[in-house]
Each structure stands twice: as structure tokens, then as C-alpha cells.
Ligand binder design. Sequence first.
Ligand SMILES: [Zn+2]
Length: 256
Amino acid sequence: MRGSWKLRILIGVLIAGFGLVRYCSSMEENPYTGTTQAISMDPKEEIAIGLANAPKMIEEYGGMYQDQRLQNYVDMVGQKLVENTVATQTPYQYEFHLLADPQTINAFALPGGQIFITYALYSKLQNEDQLAGVLGHEIGHVIGRHSSERIANTQVWQTVAQGAEVGVGAGSAVSQIGMTTLLSNGRDDELESDDLGVRFMIKAGYNPNEMIGVMQILKAAAGPSRVPEFQSTHPDPENRMEQIKESIRKYGGVVE
Ligand SMILES: [Zn+2]
């Protein structure tokens, strides 16, 4: 039996090694952000995942907001950001949705271009520039391919875990890609999206200082039970505002 035990370990190590090699060979530079990342999907798959999950998200946030005028307005601001920036050169299909949820202050993006803002957040915004700030940040997640990167990271760990399981002889329990994987952005992803959001605002003719206004709204609105997507991964909103000011200067804007 000792021999089969060694064989199991060897197979486990080989599977884990295969996962890591595949992960490393999938490293590529994102042509729109310049960031090097591991991606295991092509844009067509990203678009398909976004479209497949959009109805679930819409349902979870109380359906679409029932005012076509406001839907058109949100879409108009989103499309203005897309048309005036590098977003227009990407293969993604951008759609902007206003969700009915009057309580959850949130905005998020699915891979491939499906972008959402809740009415709770929308109703707190003071001007169009702030709406552009929120949508620009979310476009940043799409172009930054943050979900796809997380899926690649999850897959490599699943393969490594599978290898470990074969090694120790446990049954396989590889989980599916869940909503958490799709929606939970890391700290670096948030900072990159803030930076891209500022860049898109300036390109589309919006006042980038209003991104700081958005941060102030989120900071004021965040209570113990509400953790907005914008703040969830950021221990210090003040640092985030400082970085936004740096981005404004970097892209030729003037900090007010
Ligand atoms: Zn974000």
C-alpha cells in the first residue's frame, strides 16, 4: 500500500503543478490598462457570463427602476463615457441599468459590460458628474477585467486544491464560480477603477472632482449594516480620496 500512497502524492503534485503552469502561461498585458494579469477567458466568454448573470442581479435588487426616462438618462451618461474613451475600442457590450432597490446603496459591474446602479445610490447623487463618476468606476472594473482575473485565480486554486485532495485521498469538492467571485473586488481593483473612472470623466468632459463628492456621499451613507461596493474593500476612504486627487493631476485635471 505504500507504493500507491506515493503515487497519489505524485499525481497530486503533478495536478497542482499543471494548474500553476497553466496560470502562469495565461499572464498577459491588458492593452487598455497596461496591467499584467492572468486571464483564462476571452471577451466573448466574459460578455456571455455577464449576460447570463444579469437577470439574477436585477431580481436580487428589486427589478428595474420603473421610469424609462431615468433609465434612458443613466444609459445616456454611461454611453457618453464609453464613446469618449478607450472603452469604445474594447469588444465589450456596455449596458447601464438603474435597479429599483431603494435601500441598498450599491453599484457594480459584471464581466463584459453589464453595469448596475441602485436607486438608493442614484437618489443620493447631486449631479450628472457624480453619476459619471460611479459609472466610470464600474466601466473601469469591466475594462480592468477584474472579475475574469478573479475567476482565473479561483481556477488555479481549485486545481491546486484538487491536486492536494488527490494527494491526501479526499473526495473532490471543487466549487463552481459563484456570485462572490464575480462581484468581490480586491483593494487594488478598486484603486485601479477609481483611477480609470477619473480618466474617463476627464475624457468625457465631466468634472473629476465630483468623484471625491461620490466618496463623501458613500462615507456619509455607510452604516454598520450597509457596506457599499465602493467601500467594502477599503479600510480608509480618506486614502482613496487622496489617490483620486493624484489621478486628477495625473490626467491633466485641476483639483478643486
Ligand atoms: Zn468598485
